[in-house]
Design a protein around this ligand. Structure first.
Ligand code: HEM
Length: 175
């Protein structure tokens, strides 16, 4: 069967919703640890709720991805770039699991119970300050890697959309 030229609607919708969610989580995360203003606690509470939603969203995204027929890169894209694109996609999936999971486990290990819209969420770890430190470090380093990957991804998307005009950018935008 021929490969489609564009991503299915479900994947395009989840891609752009998650892009907005993750960028705002990164922005909130970096802002709230830089300041001790009175709004910090409120932003942190919002960050945790949206972070748990991001965890659910990445599970849904992976399921949709595994069940979808996705477009192949054009043959004009050099093999090294095709490999880089595959590694970037893989890196995104890994980091989009590591980010919310490390945040979740960090809170468990700190002994701070989590809830989502009043519904208590399961505690997966006992309170352990050493583990808290480990997941806190992991959360910070994964955020840094995620920012680097996002910059590379945006530059590659702009290169395809504005310079190569080979349909790669369009495949995630419209039918
Ligand atoms: C995709 C999801 C997430 C992203 C992109 C994200 C991003 C970030 C970033 C960039 C920081 C600042 C890190 C630093 O400067 O070292 C941060 C801090 C934090 N995040 Fe997340 N986060 C996510 C999910 C979560 C979740 C699910 C939780 C908990 C339920 C959480 C809890 C926290 C907490 C408590 C901090 C502050 C840590 C501290 O300063 O002690 N995050 N996050």
């Amino acid at each position: 069967m021929n490969k489609p030229h564009t991503y299915p609607l479900s994947m395009r919708v989840v891609h752009w919703l998650m892009a907005a969610l993750v960028l705002s989580l990164l922005f909130a995360g970096l802002t709230m640890v830089k300041s001790l203003g009175p709004w910090q606690q409120q932003l942190l509470a919002w960050h945790k709720v949206m972070g748990v939603i991001a965890l659910l969203a990445i599970v849904i995204r992976l399921i949709i991805r595994l069940r979808s027929e996705t477009p192949k890169l054009p043959d004009t894209v050099p093999k090294m770039q095709q490999l880089a694109a595959k590694l970037t996609q893989f890196g995104f999936y890994v980091l989009l699991f590591v980010m919310p999971l490390s945040g979740y486990l960090m809170q468990n290990a700190a002994g701070r119970p989590l809830s989502l819209f009043g519904l208590p969420l399961p505690t997966l770890l006992n309170t352990d300050l050493a583990l808290y430190g480990l997941f806190r470090e992991m959360h910070g380093w994964a955020a840094l890697l995620l920012v680097l990957l996002i910059v590379v991804h945006i530059l590659a998307a702009l290169y395809h959309g504005l310079i190569q005009r080979d349909g790669v950018f369009r495949s995630m935008v419209r039918k």
